[in-house]
Design a protein around this ligand. Structure first.
Ligand SMILES: Nc1nc2c(c(=O)[nH]1)N[C@H]1C(S)=C(S)[C@@H](COP(=O)(O)OP(=O)(O)OC[C@H]3O[C@@H](n4cnc5c(=O)[nH]c(N)nc54)[C@H](O)[C@@H]3O)O[C@H]1N2
Ligand SMILES: Nc1nc2c(c(=O)[nH]1)N[C@H]1C(S)=C(S)[C@@H](COP(=O)(O)OP(=O)(O)OC[C@H]3O[C@@H](n4cnc5c(=O)[nH]c(N)nc54)[C@H](O)[C@@H]3O)O[C@H]1N2
Ligand code: SF4
Ligand SMILES: [Mo]
Length: 727
């Protein structure tokens, strides 16, 4: 379908143009992709420009400007492959599907249906994510399905559900941001991770807002702040609780809001006043008392305000509780449900929002329904045309699936849209586990690090070649149309699922002629659920650009949530009052491991880098991993700028070149997550999970750092140099 074709404007020099949407982060900026004469030679070249839309207002960051480069890369997978005598060799689709069906059926017949695992991703469209959940539960009959969003959104999602009764990334509209008088950005580096949103915050500042950044590093986002609290990693819960204490003591709480719209404040007040003093909080968090006080007063005295958190706060073994401590601040000051106010969990992946609503999660059914709830099961069973008993129960989280693989409880794994061998914590266990599998099937655009280990590799179409909906960080559902033909023999993810289901004898419930037909079933499945999409149609999305959920056939959301009620049965939001601890045990440094390793992103690369390492422009901007280290720490360790260092934890080690900078705490080091092999930071991260949501503690690992010779394998930091066999 090439219906997104538009005429080019006068004088642009382009011979053709299409409207598409960036495949990377959660803003989902619209792109105008133009084809025109190449600057050099006689061929044609593609060029991306920002296209107007309500989220990015026409802006594109450097990743969006170059996103098409990986899509047209010669390294794209063009045909299926099967491992024969140890090597991946070309196969026909018929052979590959037959082989996949055989592997899946063999594990299931021999060890039972739960011997098969399914692992999805937040880049998949809503249609594919929905179908993947249905595929696991019905075509395979397994309870084991989870996805990479476990590592991304699970702490904020569980905190939002517990506190508000509902989890949607932002509880406000992006356009409300300039109306906020105070904005707290905790563990979010928007300037590098959602760059096109920065103008909203700049506008707020021009309107007089105070911006507070909480981050162990002085990031590009912190550069735009009025106050920066360089928190010690893993201590955000204590910091937020300390701020609440100031608010209570200064009488800056909204008593009417607390009485009318919440539950549990008394207990929280008792805990907060009874435990840590502000001086103790300051010592735990490594931030001075005056700054904590100032942050609390700025937020408490402002008439409107917002708090946003992202992975810095959330990827912790207490991520769920840390988010809830920030939500306590929001509720105690009544700063939600009106313009200029609210909480936002900054969603990560392109469909990080929609991908967590429709059944890819271990305990979830479409529309945010619960797989443990009898009514929810009965409703989804009626949509799927099965008996409720045919839907398996809850499975386990992503990393726990890897543990089951390691214990040989799961024997065959089907991966669609993720590179788990790089993105899980403690990857040594994942590598060992995947090697024990009877079968690994990977559907991807490229020979990722995970696909390289597969028995069957299935090539999929890219964002330019397939249609589907994605839900951005605001909860706005957007339609992305196909604008180019499939590369080689690549097929749409959903189409592959239908084929495999057919091979498994379950074709009847997987007969869809288009993504739109799947969306129509998703609409029915989500009807009446918390994430209700039933009033959204492709036709409406084309007309309106995007539609906020919840959206039933009767009612659409304005985008601003909780104006009257929260989503719990009694309409109230719930405070949490866990006992305060200095920090979780896994986070304490020791003489053997004296530094705290944290990690995250840099502007030009995306996640495990499978896509962005294949874009020449992006790769040229940052070509290898590095370790940010404070000059005083470097001096103590005898490490010079730019030399190789080994970073060791209890779990393992990785290597990077040192990058000395005064913009990081002296007790903390930082590495980006975008490089694999011996440069993979997840060789060092620990397996401990947050007990509430099973989020790994990615952001806080005790390590030691020493200078070393160039590690042998370091010259090959990722699989980008590996090309699919030709012909
Ligand atoms: N360029 C780029 N953009 C991306 C992505 C990408 O890979 N590259 N990925 C997308 C995805 S999937 C996601 S989830 C988002 C992630 O977006 P973010 O969460 O904003 O990104 P991170 O760099 O992981 O972490 C944010 C900040 O947390 C800080 N931090 C580390 N530890 C702590 C801590 O203990 N407390 C606090 N308060 N801060 C801490 C880090 O120094 C870092 O600056 O970005 C999305 N956008
Ligand atoms: N240490 C540390 N580890 C982390 C994090 C961290 O901050 N620190 N962040 C975590 C977070 S927030 C995230 S989101 C995860 C991400 O972890 P991953 O999911 O492993 O990351 P990606 O690099 O996005 O991998 C996606 C894969 O799917 C492929 N792909 C892209 N689009 C499609 C599609 O439409 N269909 C199919 N079939 N394949 C597609 C890509 O080529 C790529 O191989 O990493 C987590 N791991
Ligand atoms: S990476 Fe995010 S901010 Fe950058 S262009 Fe893509 S969607 Fe927009
Ligand atoms: Mo993410």
């Amino acid at each position: 379908m090439f219906n997104a074709f538009t005429e080019t404007g006068p004088g642009s020099g382009a011979t053709a143009a299409w409207q598409t949407q960036c495949p990377f982060c959660s803003v989902q900026c619209k792109i105008r992709l133009e084809e025109g004469p190449a600057a050099v030679g006689s061929g044609t070249a593609l060029r991306a420009r920002g296209d107007d839309n309500a989220a990015s207002e026409g802006r594109l960051c450097v990743k969006g400007q170059n996103a098409h480069q990986h899509a047209v890369s010669r390294e794209r997978l063009r045909y299926p492959m099967i491992r024969r005598e140890g090597r991946l060799v070309r196969a026909s689709w018929a052979e590959a599907i037959r082989a996949a069906v055989k592997l899946l059926a063999a594990s299931s017949e021999r060890y039972g249906p739960d011997a098969v695992g399914v692992y999805g991703g937040g880049s998949l469209t809503n249609e594919t994510a929905y179908l993947l959940g249905k595929f696991a539960r019905l075509a395979l009959g397994t309870k084991y399905i989870d996805y990479n969003g476990r590592f991304c959104m699970s702490a904020a999602a569980s905190a939002g559900s517990k506190t508000f009764g509902l989890d949607r990334g932002l509880t406000f509209r992006l356009s409300d941001i300039p109306q906020a008088d105070c904005i707290i950005l905790a563990g979010t580096n928007l300037a590098e991770c959602q760059p096109t949103l920065m103008p909203y915050f700049n506008r707020a500042r021009e309107n007089g807002a105070a911006i507070i950044v909480i981050d162990p590093r002085s990031t590009a986002t912190a550069a735009a702040a009025d106050l920066h609290l360089p928190v010690r990693p893993g201590t955000d819960a204590a910091l937020a609780a300390g701020m609440l204490k100031v608010l209570i003591e200064e009488g800056l709480i909204d008593e009417a809001f607390i009485a009318g719209r919440t539950r549990g404040f008394e207990e929280l007040q008792e805990r907060t006043l009874g435990q840590m003093t502000l001086a103790q909080t300051a010592a735990v968090c490594g931030v001075d008392e005056a700054s904590i006080r100032q942050a609390a007063l700025l937020y408490g005295r402002a008439s409107t305000g917002m708090i946003l958190t992202a992975r810095g706060v959330e990827q912790q073994t207490d991520g769920h509780l840390a988010v809830r401590e920030f939500l306590n601040l929001v509720l105690a000051t009544g700063k939600i449900g009106r313009p200029g106010c609210g909480y936002g969990a900054v969603t990560g992946q392109g469909n990080g929002q929609g991908g967590r609503e429709h059944g890819q999660k271990a305990d979830q059914l479409p529309g945010y329904r619960s797989i443990a709830n009898a009514e929810d099961r009965a409703y989804i069973a009626s949509v799927w045309g099965v008996e409720p008993e045919q839907i398996p129960g809850a499975g386990v989280s992503a990393y726990e699936m890897m543990e089951k693989i390691h214990r040989k409880e799961i024997r065959t794994l089907f991966v669609m849209g993720s590179n788990p061998v790089m993105s899980n914590p403690n990857v040594a266990l994942v590598e060992e586990g995947l090697a024990k599998l009877d079968g690994l099937i990977v559907a991807d655009l490229f020979l990722s690090e995970t696909a390289l280990l597969a028995d069957i590799v299935l090539p999929v179409t890219s964002y330019l070649e397939n249609a589907g909906t994605l839900t951005n960080l605001e909860g706005r559902v957007l339609l992305r149309e196909a604008v180019r033909p499939a590369v080689g023999e690549a097929r749409d993810d959903w189409d592959i699922l239908c084929e495999v289901a057919h091979g498994l004898g379950q074709g009847e419930r997987f007969r869809f002629p288009s993504a739109e037909a799947i969306f129509d079933e998703l609409r029915r499945a989500s009807r009446g659920g918390l994430a209700d999409y039933s009033g959204i149609t492709y036709e409406r999305l084309r007309r309106e650009e995007g539609v906020y959920w919840p959206c039933s056939e009767e009612e659409s959301s304005s985008g601003l949530m909780f104006e009257q009620d929260f989503a719990h049965a009694d309409g109230r939001a719930v405070f949490s009052a866990p006992p305060q601890t200095a920090s979780a045990p896994s986070k304490s440094v020791s003489p053997d491991y004296p530094l705290i390793l944290t990690n995250g992103r840099v502007l030009p690369h995306y996640l495990t880098g499978v896509q962005t390492h294949r874009s020449p422009v992006l790769e040229a901007r940052e070509a290898a991993a590095f370790l940010e280290l404070h000059p005083s720490a470097a001096k103590r360790l005898g490490v010079r700028d730019g030399e190789w260092v080994r970073i060791e934890s209890e779990a393992g080690e990785f290597y990077a070149r040192s990058r000395l900078t005064p913009k990081i705490r002296a007790d903390t080091v930082f590495a980006p997550m975008h490089w694999g092999g011996v440069q993979n930071v997840n060789r060092a991260t620990l397996p401990e999970l947050d007990p509430h949501c099973k989020m790994p503690g990615f952001k806080t690992t005790p390590v030691r750092v020493s200078s070393c010779a160039a590690p042998g394998e370091a010259s090959r930091p990722h699989a980008a140099s590996v090309r699919a066999p030709q012909g």
